[in-house]
Ligand binder design. Structure first.
Ligand code: NDP
Ligand SMILES: O=C1O[C@H](COP(=O)(O)O)[C@@H](O)[C@H](O)[C@H]1O
Length: 520
């Protein structure tokens, strides 16, 4: 029996009736880059196949390379159909020649350097060729190009919304620290109204992430115990078995704190901890998330020393494959002190959560991919049971990926004459109950085209996130003489991370041994 709750889409429509975006020209800055061919084009193609794009929808890619429209389309087609796990075909849905040709007819290309004013002048001219007046500018570029593009768009008048909408989508990382994020927000606000700005965090487009609020607030059973009186601690894990691929240059600058914690994990934490919003309107949701982030006091250097762990992986075996250590990866300097693993003990200083640790961890080259939120409840008084140690705490696990689902673990009496309890679980799996959802990027592109910024990050939100992260990054940078902790690739992470929880009498759930009922 499928469950009676409808979690298939945030907009309460069955997937077959997904909404249609308004006619629009989508301009992609960075059209020859990794994000465009791996995520954006496959997602747009899947939206086209599901008839979610208007007939007059157009895509204009901008890149540095000289290329004709046809050459650009052929390049994208080749990448979309190439074999391999990371080529986007899964997101695009089954590829057919007819579907691609119909979609490709909407794609064109403009070559030019972002830093050359002439590029933007030619862009403004080119925009006149397109039907309709709506435009969405997607900055699939290095963050350093964003200020220039924003300024130049305004210079040629493309920020104005006289006849239709004009929106910009900004990729993460949004700034490098609090000061740079504030500066970027200030600069954007000179030319764009906040309602035109969409700061994307692709975790917010994941179906299981969007479900967190539905699970918490759509079920009286859970929300009534969702506080410090019943919850002992919360674990948020985003473990990856993958390395950095060809993005070592970017990652060496960024590290796990800026790449994953400052955005994706902060969003998971906010969704887990926030109070009920007044509505699902963007500002109501953003207000409640910001309250959570503002309730986390920035750490002092002493707290950074005792409540954070960072580490780099050394050579090991992941999924049966021998992999080199971080310092041996191509393009990584031998002196790199970039962390590939982070664990934090964060405290939310408010009425609901006072005293409840929120443990966050993320890393590359860990034992397997596991992204989950595990909520551990207090043990009840067990005085009249002969076996007290055989009871484990109840845990609710929201499994974000892979094997998406929700699990509740509890103790049950071992059958027979035993007076012992054994841990058992109730499991809900997406697989088998729901159709495959749209990819995260498809969901968010559709939202941006429809003008719904609920699942994006508001300007004050990114600053609030950096207010928590910057003191940690600063304290780490000042510890540059201390040896960098390490962990073996394919393990659960550095042993120091265990100490972070042991101190409070808690323990991480195992990454290597994670077994899950929804795995098929
Ligand atoms: N790739 C991913 O999986 C993810 C990426 N992101 C973010 O998306 C953004 C883009 O990342 P990614 O696609 O990986 O980066 P890439 O380096 O692969 O792509 C950058 C693109 O920008 C173009 N470009 C760079 N400088 C200029 C310039 N001066 N003038 C014109 N074009 C220029 C490049 O052209 P050329 O080909 O000529 O160099 C290329 O098309 C980054 O902010 C990243 O953090 C976020 C999440 C995931
Ligand atoms: O933004 C990023 O996310 C990916 C992880 O995303 P997921 O959807 O596969 O969980 C991460 O690998 C990458 O380093 C980071 O930039």
């Amino acid at each position: 029996m499928p469950p009676s709750i409808d979690l298939t889409t945030r907009i309460d429509l069955p997937e077959t009736q997904l909404p249609k975006a308004e006619p629009c020209v989508l301009v992609i800055f960075g059209a020859t880059g990794d994000l465009t061919w791996r995520k954006l084009i496959p997602s747009l193609f899947s939206l086209a196949r599901k008839d979610c794009l208007a007939e007059d929808f157009r895509i204009l890619g901008i890149g540095r390379r000289e290329m004709s429209d046809d050459a650009f389309r052929d390049d994208l087609r080749g990448r979309l159909t190439a074999s391999g796990s990371d080529k986007g075909t899964a997101e695009a849905g089954a590829f057919t020649e007819d579907a691609w040709n119909a979609f490709a007819a909407s794609i064109s290309y403009l070559s030019g350097d972002f830093f050359d004013p002439e590029t933007h002048r030619r862009l403004a001219e080119r925009m006149k060729d397109f039907p309709g007046a709506n435009r969405l500018f997607y900055l699939a570029t290095a963050p350093s190009a964003a200020p220039e593009i924003v300024r130049r768009l305004a210079e040629v008048g493309l920020n104005r919304e006289e006849r239709g909408f004009s929106r910009i989508v900004l990729e993460k990382p949004f700034g490098h620290d609090l000061a740079s994020a504030q500066e970027l927000n200030r600069l954007i606000a000179e030319d764009f109204d906040e309602s035109q700005v969409y700061r994307i965090d692709h975790y917010l487009g994941k179906e299981t992430v969007q479900n967190v609020l539905f699970f918490r607030f759509g079920n009286a059973l859970f929300e009534s115990v969702w506080n410090r009186n019943h919850i002992e601690y919360v674990e948020i894990t985003a473990a990856e078995s993958l390395g950095v691929g060809h993005r070592a240059g970017y990652y060496d600058e960024s590290g796990a704190l800026r790449d994953m914690v400052a955005n994706h994990l902060m969003q998971l934490l906010a969704l887990t901890a926030m109070d009920a919003p007044v509505s699902l309107e963007a500002d109501s949701v953003h207000d409640k998330k910001s309250e959570v982030w503002r309730s986390i006091r920035p750490m002092t250097p002493e707290q950074v020393a005792s409540r954070t762990v960072r580490a780099q992986y050394v050579a090991g075996t992941v999924g049966g494959e021998q992999v080199p250590g971080w310092l041996e990866e191509p393009d990584v300097p031998a002196s790199s002190r970039t962390e590939t693993y982070v664990a934090l003990d964060l405290r939310i200083d408010n009425w609901r959560w006072a005293g409840v640790p929120f443990y966050l961890r993320t890393g590359k080259r860990l034992a397997q991919q596991v992204t989950e939120i595990a909520v551990h409840f207090h043990k009840p008084p067990l005085s009249f049971f002969p076996c007290q140690d055989c009871f484990q705490s109840n845990v609710i696990i929201l499994r974000i990926q892979p094997d998406e689902g929700i699990s509740l673990t509890f103790g049950a009496k071992q059958p027979g004459t035993s007076r012992r309890a054994v841990p058992v679980s109730m499991d809900f799996c997406y697989q088998g109950n729901f159709e495959d959802p749209l990819s995260a990027y498809a969901v968010l592109l559709l939202d941006a085209l429809r003008g719904d910024s609920t699942q994006f990050t508001r300007g004050d939100g990114v600053e609030a996130q950096w207010r928590i992260m910057t003191p940690i990054a600063t304290a780490w940078a000042e510890q540059d003489q201390e040896p960098m902790p390490t962990y073996v690739a394919g393990s659960d992470g550095p042993h120091q991370a265990e100490g972070l929880l042991e101190w409070n009498g808690h323990a991480w759930r195992s990454i290597a041994d994670a077994r899950w009922a929804c795995r098929i």
